[in-house]
Design a protein around this ligand. Structure first.
Ligand code: PNS
Length: 160
């Protein structure tokens, strides 16, 4: 039987509860889900790619059905290499849709066999973003219940 393979790409700097919610939803849709952390030297990040991968593996494991990897270059090339038929992205708002639409259409043009699937996180995570968690964390705000405990600890270590 053909396996349903999906890719959930992102920066995950750091992973937060909205990501975890989306990963759980996406796992139910695929036999194998690759969580793909973008390796981008040009983009300033708080956590290294290795640290981001470690945090994700801590949270969702790294098994046959759910694998955490890094990728660089074009997302569709990576998805093709993994024999994926779909890319999963989260949508929280119309602003997200405006950001996603051009990428989705370009990806479709580059790889017509790979579709993008949009998933909504649970309503309690609609406002969450990695940028916000870093900002609140850097100002010593309380992030418990917003990011998983292992990420809370990593943010505390990183931000002092
Ligand atoms: O979590 P993010 O930062 O919103 O994720 C963005 C990501 C990684 C999905 C996007 O930047 C991406 O796909 N980058 C890979 C390079 C690429 O394929 N660019 C062309 C997109 S049309």
């Amino acid at each position: 039987m053909t396996q349903r393979i999906g890719v959930f790409p992102g920066s995950f700097d750091p992973v937060h509860n909205g990501h975890v919610d989306l990963i759980e939803r996406a796992r139910r849709l695929f036999d194998v889900l690759y969580i793909a952390v973008l390796y981008n030297e040009q983009k300033q990040a708080l956590f290294s790619v290795e640290e981001r991968i470690d945090l994700l593996r801590d949270l969702v494991g790294d098994s046959g059905e759910c694998r955490v990897e890094s990728f660089s270059g074009l997302l569709v090339d990576y998805a093709r290499e993994r024999n994926a038929t779909a890319v999963v992205r989260g949508l929280r708002s119309g602003a997200d849709f405006d950001y996603e639409l051009p990428m989705t259409l370009m990806n479709r043009r580059l790889a017509p066999g790979i579709d993008t699937i949009f998933l909504l996180p649970a309503p309690e995570w609609i406002y969450l973003s990695s940028r916000l968690t870093k900002e609140v964390g850097s100002l010593d705000g309380n992030l418990s219940g917003v990011v998983p405990p292992v990420v809370l600890e990593a943010l505390r270590r990183k931000l002092g």
